[in-house]
Structure formats: structure tokens, C-alpha cells
Design a protein around this ligand. Structure first.
Ligand SMILES: [Zn+2]
Length: 412
């Protein structure tokens, strides 16, 4: 069996790949709040078993759900395909939750419509298509008669779109997933490998003042005006951030940390009352060289400085969410193997890049070298008429299959 024969097997599974992607899209696993997860997990487990995996469902215990403030069940799917021994093991991961569809669709977002060589639907690109391509890739290897030396561990996780705490973070922290490397199938486009992603710190700043009648504003302290000064001062910190350039691969316009102030802002209750409170959010993106704790203390230090300059300034800082950045060195074996696989399938040299958004890579990366590679484009994620090209799914499946062979080793 040559590589060309393997490619023929995958080409012949075109309709199976389309149907599997459609089947996944047709379960509306909308998150938040996390709908239809049990049904989705059952569907995936069934398809994994058919592909030769021994499969189990891992439910997040109620107690943990309560701590996370979640009401609906959270189920992770873990499949293991045992090798004959002596090879490295590889983890494939995809999240199966999707963001709410929103408006503006010309097709049913959960219909799985196929038109002009594309599959449409929420999650087509981000990332039910990749889940389907990973499963079909492994099934094709079995059908083509390859006997793998190492194990393939496939893990499908919920909740990526809301931070991954009951999904990837849970399975990693519980020690349920371990391999020599991991590929997360986020849509990087078929000839790109993302070896890094940025992190995020979400903060909420509150200034406090003193209410007074607007006809006598000097008797109060205006919390909104105080916040305005804080916001303007933060420009200095932004200028500092613009000088910090990452050394890891990132898109040209995303090579520095960023800070976006005022995604949400509230203040005041009435036109003629001096506002006694103002709340503003900060979205601070971290380059892989940065550490979330250091970033938070940098902002705290900056605020303390402002307080010293203005003794009347009362301000609180609250951390809403932290997601660490992630980076895997380009000389890791998994990067080399995926790179070679892309070359063999597409004939093109892979582009090594990073993602500006955060992903579940940051959890898997704590226990094994992890990269992002998947069919479809991030520009399709979270938009109306989300779609993935069938051709890209096929290329993705071929790259996934070759990566398994290259990383695990095989006997024919
Ligand atoms: Zn995604």
C-alpha cells in the first residue's frame, strides 16, 4: 500500500466525510449555554467506535459543574486506538461546541447544507469539519491496512468557546489524556501550522465617587470623570506594549501585546446626578513571552501610581478571566511531521504561524507539545454563513492520516 493508495482510500471516503461533518453540524451544540452535549457525545462515540477506537464518555461531576456555575451536563469523549507497540502516541483534539448562530444566515445554520463544494453551518470551520476529518483519517488508515505502532488518542471536548474549563482543562487536569504530542484541529487553513497563540486577561475596573446634585457638582466626586483620566493614562501603558515584540511566529499585525479598553462601560444613573460609580472592562492580549500574573501586577502597579498622583482616586481592579498564551518550538518532532505531511499532500511548504485568539492548546500544551492544524479558515469562525470547502476537509484528512503514520510508525 503506497501513499497514493492511501490518498485514493480517503478520496473514496469523500461522501462519508461530508455526511459526518453534516451529522455533527446538525446537532446544535450551542455554547453558551452548552446545549445538546450528551447527544453530541453519543454521536461522536458511535462514529469513533466504528472507526476502531475504544471509546468512553467522561462526564464532569455535578460538584465541579456547580463550582463553574454551569447547569447543563458537560461530557468529554475519549477514544483510544491501540497500536502494536514501540511507537510514539499522538493525541487528536477537537472541540464540539459552537457559538450561537446569530443573524444574517442565508441557509439553516444547523442544516448542514452542501452547495458549490462547500458545507455550510455553524461549526463547519470551527471546528466540526476538523473533528470529522480526524475520525475519517484514522478510519482510512485502518481500511488501507496500516498497522500502527503507537496509539492514537482522540479527545472531543465541549466548552472551548467559553474557556474550556469543563472540557480540555478538565481532561488535562484529571490526567485523562496523555500522549507524546497533540494536534488541535482549529481551522488554520490547510497549508498553515499554528505553533502559538496569544493569551488574554480580562479585567474590570471600577472607580468610585460621591453622588451630588448636578447643580452643585463640586459637592460630589465624579466617578466617570475619574475613569476618563484612568482611560487616558492607560495610553502610556499601551505605548509601552507596542514596543514589546514577540519572537515566536505570529501574523505581521499581531506581534505585540495589545490592550483594548471599554468593551463594556457603565456609569451614572441620571442626567442631573453626579455619578458615584463607573465600570469599564479591559481586554489585554498577551504575547507568548508574557505571563498572566505579571501582566495583572503591571496594571495594578500602574493604577497604584495614578492613585498616588490623585489621592481622591478610588479604583478597584477585578480579574474576570485569564487564559495563558501557548507556544511549541518549531523543532519539536510533531511540527516536523505535520510540515512534511502538508508538503506531501499539497506540494506546498507549510507556513508556520500563530493565532491571535486563545484556544484549548494552552491546556494540552501543559502536558505535551501541542500545535494547531485544521481545515477551514479562522475568518469563517463565528460569522453568518460559516462554511468549509469539501476539498479542504479532504486535504485535512490526508494530512491527519500521514501525520499519524509519520509520528507513530507503522507496519504494512
Ligand atoms: Zn474553535
Amino acid at each position: 500500500m503506497s501513499m497514493e493508495d492511501l490518498f485514493k482510500v480517503i478520496d473514496s471516503m469523500r461522501h462519508e466525510l461530508i455526511d459526518l461533518t453534516r451529522e455533527f453540524i446538525q446537532v446544535p451544540t450551542v455554547n453558551p449555554p452548552g446545549e445538546r452535549y450528551e447527544e453530541m457525545a453519543e454521536v461522536m462515540a458511535k462514529r469513533l467506535s466504528e472507526a476502531g477506537f475504544s471509546t468512553r464518555l467522561v462526564r464532569v461531576p455535578d460538584e465541579r459543574l456547580r463550582e463553574l456555575g454551569l447547569e447543563l451536563p458537560r461530557v468529554n469523549v475519549i477514544g483510544v486506538l491501540k497500536g502494536s507497540g514501540g511507537g510514539r502516541s499522538l493525541c487528536y483534539n477537537g472541540h464540539y461546541d459552537v457559538v450561537p448562530p446569530g443573524g444574517g444566515w442565508s441557509v439553516d445554520p444547523f442544516g448542514g447544507v452542501v452547495r458549490d463544494g462547500r458545507i455550510y453551518g455553524r461549526g463547519a470551520a470551527d471546528m466540526k469539519g476538523a473533528n470529522a476529518a480526524m475520525i475519517v483519517a484514522v478510519k482510512a488508515l485502518k481500511e488501507a491496512g496500516f498497522r500502527l505502532r503507537g496509539d492514537v488518542v482522540y479527545v472531543a471536548t465541549p466548552d472551548e468557546e467559553t474557556g474550556g474549563h469543563a472540557g480540555a482543562e478538565y481532561v488535562v487536569k484529571e490526567g485523562l489524556v496523555r500522549a507524546d504530542a497533540c494536534v488541535v484541529g482549529e481551522p488554520t487553513e490547510v497549508d498553515k501550522i499554528a505553533v502559538a497563540h496569544k493569551g488574554v486577561v480580562w479585567l474590570e475596573l471600577t472607580t468610585y465617587g460621591k453622588a451630588a446634585h448636578a447643580s452643585l457638582p463640586h459637592r460630589g466626586i465624579n466617578a466617570v470623570e475619574k475613569m476618563a483620566k484612568v482611560i487616558v493614562s492607560l495610553e502610556k501603558l499601551k505605548a509601552e506594549l507596542a514596543k514589546r515584540e514577540t519572537k515566536v511566529p505570529m501574523p505581521e499585525d499581531s506581534r505585540t501585546p495589545t490592550m483594548m479598553v471599554g468593551g463594556v462601560i457603565h456609569g451614572g444613573v441620571k442626567i442631573n446626578v453626579v455619578p458615584d460609580r463607573c465600570v469599564v472592562t479591559i481586554d489585554r492580549r498577551l504575547i507568548p513571552e508574557e505571563d498572566a500574573e505579571q501582566v495583572i501586577s503591571e496594571i495594578r502597579g500602574f493604577i497604584e501610581e495614578l492613585k498616588r498622583e490623585d489621592p481622591e482616586l478610588r479604583v478597584d481592579l477585578r480579574v474576570l478571566e485569564v487564559a495563558s498564551p501557548a507556544y511549541t518550538r518549531e523543532d519539536e518532532e510533531i511540527v516536523k511531521v505535520v510540515r512534511e505531511s502538508i508538503k506531501r499532500v499539497t506540494g506546498r511548504d507549510a507556513v508556520i504561524t500563530g493565532l491571535t485568539g486563545f484556544t484549548d492548546m494552552r491546556f494540552f500544551n501543559q502536558v505535551m507539545p501541542t500545535i494547531l492544524y485544521g481545515p477551514g479558515s479562522m475568518s469563517q469562525a463565528h460569522v453568518a454563513d460559516e462554511h468549509v470547502a469539501v476539498e479542504d476537509l479532504i486535504v485535512g484528512a490526508k494530512v491527519y492520516a500521514l501525520t499519524v503514520l509519520g509520528f507513530l510508525g507503522y507496519k504494512k
